[in-house]
Write a new protein. Structure first.
Length: 132
């Protein structure tokens, strides 16, 4: 990982979680954008899939956020060579969200999220040529 950090998109309908992750990841020198609805996430993923927008290095998705056909789209975006790492945050008893993460090939982290676990994921991203 470069010293300037990674591009991270945080998708959560829970304001406190979005704010916590935004502040902590920014403090760790990552560039962070957020979306707060499933529709916003779906629109962004569609624009990444079509090539209208660049994919972030990492997409962190709160399992509570719902988006129509987003799982299928994220799967296609993620399957590209330059596709983002997807981190899925799910309650330990939310089996539907966990299954969704497995279908995506995502990193699954239990909620409440341990920031050190998320940092470990970000620190272990493959080193690739920077897109910036």
């Amino acid at each position: 990982m470069s010293p300037v950090g990674s591009d991270v998109l945080v998708a959560s309908s829970v304001r406190a979680l979005r704010t916590l992750l935004l502040e902590q990841l920014w403090f760790d020198h990552h560039r962070v954008d957020t979306v707060d609805t499933g529709d916003d996430l779906a629109a962004l993923v569609a624009s990444i899939e079509s090539g209208e927008a660049a994919a972030p290095d990492v997409i962190v998705i709160d399992g509570q956020i719902r988006a129509a056909d987003c799982v299928e789209r994220l799967g296609r975006v993620r399957s590209r060579a330059e596709g983002p790492v997807v981190v899925f945050l799910a309650a330990t008893n939310d089996y539907s969200a966990q299954a969704q993460a497995v279908r995506l090939g995502a990193v699954l982290l239990a909620k409440p999220v341990d920031l050190d676990d998320l940092r470990t994921v970000l620190l272990n991203l493959p080193v690739v040529e920077t897109r910036h």
